[in-house]
Design a protein around this ligand. Structure first.
Ligand code: GDP
Length: 338
């Protein structure tokens, strides 16, 4: 049984509110209760209770989000750390502390409203102000958590028993290959904190489980140095996602990128998934003379130490063999859950 779910979609049902949204909610609740400038003690007590319960509920949502992220695979926790700037466990701890403080503020001010000879109106206002400022104090982190939830819950489900990340320069045939290797139609979603898409397809391996193929155009096809810091970290987080790298090469001499350039991108991608198995593919063999394919295969092998598999994604040449190689690697790999 798997303990963790790889599906960040579970976060999607939680709605983190900004400070502004919380103010709107509190205002509406006080209006509904009829709390006004001249309200009596009973109404002020109900009003304070309403504000306290509203603020607490929102703080609880934040604790719940952080706890859910803590239970997600390392990839998502890494994205959280790099985006929110702290560990989800620290976020959860911080908001649990605020919940305790909120309770204290509520009880103190409730007593002050009830105190004979006191100033209930003043006590009410001060209590509401302090409760709201607890939330405001954390507005920055709350905004980041909200954005994280929005970004990550929009990502396709990448959970599976073995995750193969596809890389290669643009136009080599990655997405064609992904759609031909996987039966079902690939799912397209966004890759968090980048402007990129992520495409996910599956290969079912009888009862052994399923291989997930992940292609993210623009992610592993340009040097990391050309990316901004958030994007760079989002790409680096991929190393926690990948069990296997499938690198696609276009050997056509007239192709926009030379073989050398493609092999440089391979080196970047290989460093990223250090220690994980790598499969090289020379694609578009249908458009090349047999001798040239052999020449390229030999040249790539001598430069990389890896024997590439010649395929044609478009015509389906050698794809059964490639699929079998991936299945073999999956069976050989330590089947770790995401
Ligand atoms: P990506 O940018 O790496 O995802 O590449 P695409 O899958 O979008 O393919 C780029 C172009 O190469 C498209 O026009 C494909 O039809 C073409 N292509 C992909 N695979 C093959 C192949 O095996 N043979 C030939 N001749 N063209 C291919």
């Amino acid at each position: 049984m798997r303990e963790r779910t790889g599906d960040p979609g579970i976060l999607g049902r939680l709605h983190v509110k900004t400070h502004g949204e919380l103010l709107g909610l509190v205002d509406a609740r006080l209006r509904a209760l009829g709390v006004r400038g001249s309200s009596g003690e009973g109404l002020l007590l109900s009003g304070l209770e309403a504000v306290y319960s509203t603020v607490s509920r929102e703080l609880e949502v934040l604790v719940e989000v952080a706890e859910l992220v803590e239970g997600l695979p390392l990839f998502f926790r890494e994205l959280y750390r790099m985006y929110v700037g702290e560990e989800p466990a620290d976020t959860a701890r911080g908001f649990r502390r605020l919940l305790r403080i909120a309770r204290r503020i509520y009880l103190e001010h409730r007593d002050a409203i009830r105190r004979p000879g006191g100033s209930p109106r003043e006590a009410f206002r001060s209590g509401v102000g302090r409760l709201l400022s607890l939330y405001k104090r954390k507005a920055r982190v709350i905004g980041l958590v909200k954005k994280y939830v929005a970004e990550v819950s929009g990502m396709p489900d990448v959970s599976g028993d073995y995750r193969v990340v596809i890389a290669g320069v643009p136009q080599v045939g990655k997405s064609t290959l992904l759609s031909k290797l996987t039966r079902a139609r690939p799912v397209i979603g966004s890759y968090p904190f980048t402007t990129r898409n992520i495409i996910v397809g599956h290969i079912d391996v009888d009862e052994a489980g399923r291989i997930v193929l992940i292609d993210s155009p623009g992610i592993l096809d340009t040097p990391l140095e050309e990316k901004n810091i958030v994007e760079k970290r989002a790409v680096l987080a991929l190393k926690h996602l990948a069990d296997h790298l499938l690198f696609v090469i276009d050997a056509n001499p007239s192709f926009y990128y030379s073989l050398e350039e493609q092999l440089r991108v391979l080196e970047t991608a290989r460093r990223l998934v250090e220690g994980k198995p790598v499969t090289l593919v020379v694609n578009k063999v249908d458009s090349l003379p047999k001798e040239l394919v052999e020449e390229v295969v030999e040249s790539v092998e001598s430069k990389t130490g890896l024997k590439p598999i010649p395929v044609s994604a478009l015509l389906g040449v050698n794809l059964d063999f490639l699929r079998e190689e991936l299945v073999k690697a999956f069976r050989a790999g330590s089947q770790r859950p995401l």
